[in-house]
Design a protein around this ligand. Structure first.
Ligand code: DGJ
Length: 725
């Protein structure tokens, strides 16, 4: 019997279905360009022998002489970071895992490898799962643990994944932030010891840091070259990512739910499943990372990834809480007239005993406010439909103001430590989703709103605080440390029900801006709100970081007023549109406050967006000039057939003599010829692009010589459409 079995062989022998594995020594998890290999001998530790670019000759995976424990446990001979730490019923704090068997299941593009491990001294089974997406070159790794120790075990560490790299140097890019400052990129070299990025927030767990990383080998991460490992943890609860450089210079990457204050008492015969780390290993820089994530997301990671995302007008910055039926009808009329496809009614439409006229009260009381909207939501849905656009509604069903009828009825439904002062954020508390009754209630908020107002096409699901003072009135005292994990599982139960009943409703994931974005949650959502910060300049940075992992089709980007409500910055309307058009275009302002000239510009811009929407929403993203490195920033999208592309270029700072850095394009077909056209022009301004207007160049020329035109003024922007002849 052959010692090695490779995916390619398996794929030939069974295109689809379950394949029992023979006794063997190598397991190869591979995609079309990456391989992750293990040495597996029954009764011995599982060893990672290879991780990197796929080899030409599969037989050579077997020749690896070095190796690393594939899933280290606490209590063995090693003292490094552990992936698993279990305390057994007899108090033994150690675990050992050895290989038992594995299976490989292929289903078209998706190949799942399951490796079964066990503890020789205790009845504990661990299964490692690797789901390899062949075309997009991404792999999901997660772990399941179960046991038959009668009195149960306690899990103290329970990583989803453990990977090891061996290189000369390592550079970590993290994506940190805060409210209105999401996805800020910071790169640093890692040295010996452990660097940890994490969230302890429980809910809205990306408030200060996003569960994403780039780890570049040898040198700083580059866009078009170099080896980079990139990962995103599919979990909206507390998470952690540990990067441990050992004394020999190897880098171990351990990701999963955050075990902080979350020790988990696991009863016998119960499976504890961890979320997946979604990762890719690129040998051609971070651009490849991004395109792989985006393509994967559209096929697997985001709800209805093929569907065109709608343009919309949101009334949040237009009115905040101050509106009534007439004001909204006016906005709906303007939205339709300007060419938007949907009107989204934000916060403030509910609450009667405690009208939601500010954020101090009413959250939880999901009945239309009679004073503001005497004819109910239905009348607004009808108004929108009559005007030819769709209607969307804002909900924040997981949260509650203490000043609400819901709190008066169910004070035992909120998360708070008994005997401690209530700790609110934005005057609100979190409903205890570990409680099935609360899950029913949260589902009913969505269901009731949808049933009572047929025709609602879109839901914005908000979540404006993280967990502090964290205790569940529902969980037993000895299970309080399960709260962070069970809350998230409760949320998924609700979302499963929502999606089962409302599969076609467009849903936006929002969390006080971008406080909750990950690929477990996005499977339920069509798009997300990345930041409350609508200042176009700041957005360039926020969107730049976000699109490393998440596609522009899902990234809602809205034009708002100037001076910007958050920063006071004044930028031209064209600049604001050009930034929003590089993602999913929307607007967050009162059209009545616009001049006729601006309105006309906006109408035209929306039509221009429809002309490039498919390229932006379904195309491949290429980053050309980073805003972190130069005054001029640029990126482009290219359709899969390379027939169309659109380039966005922005000038962040005025330059007296003109900014001339060439835009060396990427992703085109060198043999095709592309005609250039500037779109969304400002008729009042001379365009320094004019000499190139209507000209045709080969893809080869554009990707070597590039587009060369000067930009002078702060917040100058250009959108260039390329069409193959
Ligand atoms: C936070 C969101 O990010 C905003 O867009 C808006 O919906 C407010 N919440 C409403 O309270």
């Amino acid at each position: 019997m052959r010692k090695i079995r490779l995916f390619s062989l398996l794929f030939l022998t069974a295109a689809c279905g379950f394949i029992p594995a023979f006794s063997q020594e190598s397991i190869v998890v591979s995609t079309s360009e990456t391989a992750l290999c293990f040495r597996a001998e029954p009764g011995k530790k599982l060893i990672q022998t290879y991780f990197g670019e796929r080899l030409n000759s599969a037989a050579e995976y077997e020749t690896a002489t070095t190796g690393f424990d594939a899933f280290p446990t606490f209590g063995g001979k090693a003292i490094g970071e552990a992936a698993l730490r279990v305390v057994h019923q007899d108090g033994n704090t150690s675990s050992e895992l050895v290989y038992e068997s594995h299976t490989v299941t292929a289903d078209g593009d998706v190949v799942t490898t399951q490796i079964n491990l066990y503890d020789p001294a205790y009845p504990v089974q661990v299964k490692l799962f690797f789901i390899a997406y062949q075309k997009s070159n991404l792999i999901e790794q997660y772990m399941e643990i179960s046991h038959t120790e009668k009195k149960g075990v306690v899990l103290y560490d329970f990583a989803s994944s453990y990977l090891t790299l061996a290189a000369q140097n390592y550079f970590l890019t993290e994506f940190h932030g805060d409210w209105a400052q999401e996805m800020q990129m910071e790169e640093q070299q890692l040295y010996y010891g452990t660097k940890k990025i994490e969230s302890r927030a429980g809910v809205r767990s990306n408030q200060y840091a996003h569960a994403c990383f780039l780890l570049s080998e040898n040198d700083k991460a580059q866009e078009t070259s170099g080896n980079v490992l990139a990962g995103q943890l599919e979990w909206p609860g507390s998470w952690e990512m540990r990067f441990e450089m050992d004394q020999l210079g190897n880098m171990h990457i351990i990701c999963g739910m955050n075990p902080y204050a979350s020790q988990y008492k696991l009863p016998q015969k119960t499976v504890f499943k961890t979320p997946a780390l979604l990762f890719t290993y690129s040998t051609s820089g971070t651009g490849t990372v991004t395109r792989r994530f985006h393509r994967w997301a559209k096929e697997y990671g985001i709800h209805d990834g093929e569907r065109t995302r709608l343009t919309l007008l949101n009334n949040w910055e237009a009115t905040y809480f101050k509106f009534n039926e007439d004001i909204l009808k006016g906005i709906i009329e303007d939205a339709a007239d300007m060419g938007f496809e949907l009107f989204l009614l934000d916060d403030g439409w509910f609450g009667n005993k405690y009208p939601r006229n500010n954020d101090h009260q009413g959250l939880g009381d999901w009945e239309t406010n009679h004073e503001k909207l005497p004819n109910g939501l239905g009348c607004l849905v009808k108004e929108a439909t009559d005007k030819g656009i769709q209607f969307g509604i804002w909900l924040e069903p997981e949260m509650i103001n203490p000043k609400s009828e819901l709190y008066e009825k169910h004070p035992d439904w909120v998360i708070t430590q008994p005997g401690r002062e209530i700790d609110t954020q934005r005057h609100q508390m979190i409903l205890d989703l570990t409680n099935p009754k609360v899950q029913d209630y949260v589902f009913s908020v969505v269901d009731k709103t949808m049933q009572e107002n047929p025709g609602i096409a879109y839901i914005k699901w908000d979540c404006n605080r993280f967990m502090t003072n964290a205790a569940s009135p529902y969980l037993k005292p000895e299970l309080q440390s399960h709260l962070f994990i069970e809350y998230t599982r409760g949320l998924f139960n609700v979302l499963d029900r929502v999606r089962e009943k409302y599969p076609d409703t467009h849903m936006m994931l929002c969390s006080g801006g971008g406080g909750r974005i990950d690929y477990a949650t996005l499977r339920y959502f069509d798009e997300f709100w990345i930041s409350d910060n609508t200042d176009a300049l700041e957005r360039i940075f926020i969107q730049w970081g976000t699109t490393y992992f998440f596609p522009a089709m899902a990234l809602a980007s809205h034009v708002s007023v100037v001076p910007n409500h958050y920063t006071g910055r004044i930028t031209p309307l064209k600049f604001r549109f050009d930034v929003a058009m590089s993602a999913k275009l929307g607007m967050d302002l009162q059209p009545k406050d616009m001049s006729e000239e601006d309105k006309q510009f906006a109408k035209n811009a929306i039509q221009e967006y429809y002309g490039i929407r498919d390229i932006v929403q379904q195309g491949d993203l290429y980053r050309l000039l980073s805003p972190y490195k130069s005054r001029r920033t640029a990126m482009m999208y290219v359709t899969e057939d390379q027939n169309k592309a659109v380039v966005f270029s922005y000038l962040l700072k005025k330059t007296i003599n003109g900014e001339r850095t060439p835009l060396v394009l990427q992703g085109l077909d060198p043999d095709k010829h592309y005609t250039l056209k500037e779109i969304n022009k400002d008729p009042k301004q001379y365009s320094w692009f004019s000499p190139l207007e209507g000209k045709t160049f080969s893809g080869d020329y554009l990707m070597k010589y590039g587009l060369r035109f000067t930009m002078y003024n702060e917040y100058d922007s250009k959108v260039i459409l390329l069409e193959a002849q």
